[in-house]
Write a protein that binds this ligand. Structure first.
Ligand code: ATP
Ligand code: MG
Length: 589
């Protein structure tokens, strides 16, 4: 390719509204152009990288035994009604009505394809002999993300590789799940991403049934819990917390419970300010409706509730924070003044482990504008409170004990780039996907699903691989692997050499672009660094006099000289070695 023939609108300045490196650099390097919030066009260079990521995904999926198909992006809404996902997706679902022959046909632009593929399999698979099968596609998805941000990390229209597997037994599902999990590792390794598989909420199957593949990055929207000592990693919804040795409670320090007026202090922050106390001295009382029945969940003031843990420990399916009317009815006070004292007699009280260690705690008084101080959970007979159950009800925080090895956990920001999930029979049940088993009985097909955000591979790579000059691409994803810069475009000898080198490299399977613009060296070098081609070859007057080219890796400070004779072979060799290794990119940053 010749630069002058392509469309590469590089920019010097940071574009308005771009905040994170991947967004800024992808715009500045002319890889993408914004069309509206959450929607981008891929320009020639961006598309080349996207295609390379797509191809890696496709190759590894095929290698793992998955079979590619392509489903319609449009789907009649009725399929989503059958699985109750019209409500579950809410505004995220992109809907339309198509006027057809005097009728209005309501459709959905698919946010993911469980419904369509299950329906397809229900129609064409009827016998155990046709199973297992894993089908996948690489296709545009639509999600009306309410606040699309961060460039192509989160958009309303994005390309997903979505695979779905269908099985007669759980063992067969587990086998495919492992294959997909391993394939994901290979994909992200080839893409040069510093990824980490983390345990995620497992849904109906339970156990080890879901993993998210995360890229550690300070601009990630997800938080994960990671133990560097033993490797335990989970997302915050799932992360367990190891036991901490209970500190001995100094009962001699207990003071008498006192009610204080706290006008206008509803939030933890306001109460702390008002009473000049740290959040660790507060016990917050959350009123939930658990399968419709009110319960109180107590947490230390600095901790956040983990609704998955509450749901599991309490043994309920539905859990939602109570509305203000229920809170008033149950506690006798408006939102912000609930407390455990006197509550235990009315509704079940669930306390987090850490709550039991708070000495002389501050709690709501179940009275408008009042709090209690010096509440002690372990003190009996003085009007304090007793929990119905003590368990882990909160999200892990930095420094909590690892549930596997006890060492301190770290909380890290991360970008979710892929997800593997054992679905079970959720969709096959509602869409009637059954098979006739060897014993002549009808059974429900067991499913797994496996997604990768292909655009996020690109954005995630840029987010973790750049310097002050621009993007630093690994060979496998670079839009072009080498840029050839002839210093004088009106010098016939230089241009002939550039063209020969280009053609020779291309014939060796190396993607090469010649910067044939009539520009100063500084401009060419700045653009080459901004876009981040792994290798830059300069054809200059001085070098040429000695029959030499200048070669520089994007990540090295120094350049080296290379003989013109045999240059293409040498360059191809260097690039292929670097492609196979890619080591420098995978290290977690
Ligand atoms: P998130 O929690 O980030 O919204 P998700 O868990 O809803 O993502 P999945 O339904 O698991 O996403 O989709 C599979 C993959 O598709 C994700 O792992 C992610 O890489 C990608 N993806 C999801 N939503 C978007 C989006 N709005 N823009 C770009 N990629 C996305
Ligand atoms: Mg997900």
């Amino acid at each position: 390719m010749y630069w002058s023939k392509s469309l590469i609108p590089t920019m010097k300045e940071t574009p308005d509204g771009a905040e994170i490196p991947s967004h800024i650099l992808m715009l500045r390097a002319g890889l993408i152009a914004q069309i509206m919030a959450g929607a981008y066009s891929y320009l020639p260079l961006g598309l080349r990288s996207l295609h390379k990521a797509t191809q890696i995904v496709r190759e590894e999926m095929n290698r793992a035994g998955a079979v590619e198909l392509l489903m319609s992006a449009m789907c009649p809404i009725s399929l989503y009604e059958q699985t109750h996902r019209v409500e579950a997706f809410g505004n995220v679902l992109v809907k339309a009505t198509l006027p057809r022959g005097g009728k209005n046909v309501p459709i959905v632009f698919c946010p993911t394809h469980e419904e369509m593929i299950t329906d397809l399999v229900a129609r064409f698979v009827s016998s155990y002999r046709q199973l297992p099968v894993t089908l996948y596609q690489i296709q545009t998805k639509f999600r009306n993300e309410e606040r699309p941000r961060f460039g192509v990390l989160r958009t309303s229209e994005f390309i997903m590789k979505d695979a779905y597997s269908f099985h007669t037994t759980l063992e067969s599902l587990n086998e495919t799940y492992k294959k997909m999990y391993d394939a994901y590792g290979k994909i992200f390794t080839r893409c040069g991403l510093p990824f980490l598989p983390v345990e995620a909420e497992s849904g109906p199957i339970g156990g080890d049934a879901s993993h998210e593949f995360m890229i550690l990055s300070k601009n990630g929207e997800d938080k994960i819990v990671h133990c560097e000592a033993c490797g335990y990693a989970a997302n915050t919804e799932k992360a367990e917390i190891g036991p901490t040795a209970a500190e001995p409670i100094d009962t001699a320090a207990f003071k008498d419970i006192t009610a204080l007026d706290t006008p206008g202090a509803h939030t933890i922050e306001q109460v702390c300010k008002f009473l000049k106390a740290k959040p660790t001295r507060l016990i917050k009382t959350l009123i939930y409706l658990a399968d419709g029945q009110p319960i109180a969940v107590l947490l230390r003031g600095d901790h956040d509730a983990n609704e998955n843990k509450i749901r599991k420990s309490v043994g309920v399916g539905g859990l939602e924070l109570a509305d203000p009317d229920t809170i008033q009815r149950v506690t006798g006070a408006p939102v912000g003044f609930a407390g455990p004292v006197g509550m235990a007699q009315k509704i079940p009280v669930y306390a987090d482990h850490q709550v039991m260690g708070v000495v002389n705690a501050i709690t709501g008084a179940n009275e408008d504008e009042k709090h209690l101080v010096n509440v002690n959970p372990v003190r009996a007979g003085k009007g304090d409170w007793t929990p119905d159950k003590v368990d882990d009800f909160r999200n892990a925080v930095e420094g909590d004990a690892c549930p596997r090895c006890g060492k301190p956990l770290r909380i890290r920001e991360a970008i979710e780039v892929g997800h593997v999930f054992k679905l079970g029979t959720k969709y096959s049940d509602s869409l009637n996907a059954k098979f006739l088993d060897a014993d002549e009985t009808q059974k429900t097909i067991i499913m797994g699903c496996y997604g990768i955000g292909v655009n996020r591979i690109i954005a995630g790579l840029v987010e973790t691989s750049f310097d002050e000059a621009g993007i630093v691409w690994p060979v496998n994803l670079a839009p072009y692997e080498v840029v050839v810069c002839p210093m004088k475009v009106d010098d016939e000898k230089m241009m002939t050499l550039a063209q020969t080198l280009h053609d020779d490299l291309e014939s060796r399977g190396i993607d090469c672009i010649v910067d044939d613009r009539d520009q100063r060296a500084g401009v060419k070098f700045k653009d080459a660094d901004l876009i981040g081609f792994p290798l830059r070859i300069v054809i200059g007057e001085k070098g040429l006099a000695e029959n030499k080219l200048e070669l520089k890796w994007r990540w090295e400070k120094q350049s080296e000289m290379l003989a013109v004779d045999g240059a293409a072979e040498k360059i191809a060799d260097l690039l292929n070695k670097e492609r196979a290794s890619g080591e420098r990119f995978r290290k977690s940053k």
